[in-house]
Every structure is written in C-alpha cells, then in structure tokens.
Design a binder for this molecule. Structure first.
Ligand SMILES: [Zn+2]
Length: 342
C-alpha cells in the first residue's frame, strides 16, 4: 500500500511535470505567431500612444478612397509625396543631396515602386539636390521641370540623370493639365511666359512650378519657392486660387504669402517645410503673424516632423509625426541677406 501510494504520488508528480513541460513547449511553439502579434500589438499600442501626442485634426471621418499628401521632414528644403486613391504617385522635389535616403525611405514605406510624375519646382539645391539619387533608386515615368536656365553642377547633374533614366523632360507652363488618376486633377498655374525676369529676390524662385491639386471638393495649392512677384502674376492671370490647404511658399519666407494672395487662396490650413537649424529666417515672424491674424491653422515640419494631409474628396484631415516641439507661432530671424535666401 505504501509503495503503491508512493508510486501513484510519483505518477501524479511526473504527470504534472509532463503537463507543465508540454504547456511550456506549446508556448514556445506558439511564440513566432505570438511574437508577431506582440510586435504588432506593440506597434499598435505605440501608434495609439503616439497618436495622443500628435497634433491631429481628425474631427471628420474620411471615406475609403483617400488622397495622401506627405510633406516629408527633410530639414531645410522641400519634398512632397502625393499618393492618389488609385495609388499613382507624384514627387515634388527631394530636398538637399543629404535628404535622398529619407525620400527613398518614404517611397519604400509607402510601397511606391515607380513614381508616375516627378516635379522639380525650381533648380535650387534644397529642392533638387536629392532627386538624382531618388531617380537612381526608384524608376520614374515623367519629369516636370520649371525649364529655367540655371548652369549649376547640381542642376546639370539632375538633367543628365533625367536624360539617362527617363529620357524626356516636360517643361511646365501655366495651362497644362495632368490627370494621372481618374479622380485627381493637377493644373499648372505657373510659371507662365514670359518668365519673370526682374524680381527683388531670386529669379529661379519666382519662376517656380505652381500646381493646383484637386480631388472632388478638396483643393491644395503647391507654390514652390514663389516670391511676391509670382503671386502678383497669379493674381493678374485671374486663376481660381481657392484651396483649403496651402503649401506655403518658400519655407514661410517674408518675401511671399502676401495679404492679397492669401485673401484669394483663403486657406484653412497652411503647411510649412523648413529645417529646425536654418538661419534663413524661415518661417518669418511677419508671415506667421499673417496666418495667425487670418485664423489659418499652421503646421511646420521643423517642429512637428512629417505632415500628412488626407482627403476623401469631401473632407480632409491633417496628421503630424509628433506634437510641436515649441510654439508654432514663433518664427525665426535671418542671419542672411535676401540675395542668399534659399
Ligand atoms: Zn527652397
């Protein structure tokens, strides 16, 4: 009896041990899936957590067919990636040479294997510097350029790359229309002939490619590095400039975003791309003041990281990578002359 009782206790012990081991093995076997789920969960949790910290304007829910405009956080310069509901892509500028990896990363992250349209707003290094490397990494179908004389090594390099990779260059002129996606319209509003010659700032800036993107009731205006004279020309031409979202000209410089121009565009939101370490005075305090007085909501890459505009053709939302690191309405002062204004 003693022995039997001992052996049955031993049997129970072994049985329990086996059960525990089995359970533990089961857990281990299940780990890869559990691990993935855990990872996904962490990402989701993180997203939810980060979301609390973001400056999101998600008051309106959007339908499925969404247009995305990503203003990438590439430091001083511009780079905007547009993805249409039919997954067509448009890349406007690619920042300085050093910004190329970030732009390529954004294309990969968004699953873009071919860029349908690449736009070089104007031939300055903080807009086209990264483009040759981007064209090396990702094939592109069409290239739209401001078509200005600008004999710099950076621009020459880009033109050579476009010839090699795409073959053809399209010169942007007001009146052209592009329809890459059945629901999306892209209209060229500038530059127009004759190109602006006498400007107080930079001629290359003044003849930037100006685009109006529309999707249903939603409109967004892309201004490159426009100057006051560019805006005067746009007003003279009598274009419909009305847009809910304005890509602020020239990184928020004080030499653009005139009162008359803002009145005509009448934006609800203004998005600014500039570097947190820039000494060009971007964005400028007087420009920010104008937006503030007009009750235009401002978003800045230098303070909030990447800015994403989403629209379903009716409503729109703005999302930022993170919460503003300091006061949105506080501009920067310049240590450069107007001639050196990038
Ligand atoms: Zn610029």
């Amino acid at each position: 009896m003693q022995i039997k009782s001992y052996s049955s206790r031993r049997f129970i012990f072994i049985f329990l041990l086996l059960l525990i081991t089995q359970f533990s093995i089961s857990c281990n076997v299940a780990l890869p899936t559990t691990g993935k789920n855990t990872k996904d969960k962490t990402t989701t949790d993180k997203t939810t957590k980060d979301k609390d910290k973001k400056d999101d304007d998600s008051s309106k829910t959007l339908g499925d067919k969404q247009l995305q405009v990503h203003m990438l956080d590439i430091g001083q310069g511009d780079s905007l990636l547009i993805i249409t509901p039919e997954k067509k892509s448009i890349l406007i500028d690619a920042g300085l040479v050093k910004a190329a990896p970030k732009v390529i990363g954004a294309l990969e992250k968004n699953g873009i294997e071919t860029i349908d349209l690449v736009v070089a707003s104007h031939p300055h290094a903080d807009h086209i510097g990264g483009l040759p490397k981007v064209l090396d990494a990702v094939p592109a179908k069409k290239f739209l350029d401001s078509g200005q004389e600008h004999p710099t090594a950076t621009y020459e390099k880009l033109l050579t790359k476009v010839k090699e990779k795409i073959g053809k260059l399209t010169v942007a002129r007001a009146g052209q229309k592009f329809e890459l996606d059945s629901g999306i319209k892209i209209e060229v509003l500038g530059p127009s002939e004759p190109l602006l010659e006498k400007v107080s700032g930079s001629v290359e800036n003044a003849n930037s490619v100006i685009l109006m993107l529309s999707y249903g009731e939603f409109r967004m205006l892309f201004t490159g590095d426009s100057e006051d004279e560019t805006e005067e020309r746009l007003l003279e031409k009598g274009f419909n400039l009305k847009a809910q979202v304005l890509k602020v000209a020239h990184h928020g410089s004080q030499y653009a975003s005139s009162k008359d121009f803002l009145k005509k565009v009448d934006p609800e939101v203004a998005i600014i791309s500039c570097g947190e370490d820039n000494n060009y005075g971007h964005p400028s305090p007087p420009t920010l003041e104008k937006f503030k007085n007009d009750k235009i909501k401002v978003y800045r890459t230098d303070l909030q990281g990447e800015i994403v505009v989403l629209s379903d053709g009716k409503n729109y939302q703005i999302k930022t990578e993170h919460k503003a690191t300091s006061d949105i309405w506080e501009g920067r002062t310049s240590s450069k002359s107007k001639k050196n204004d990038s």
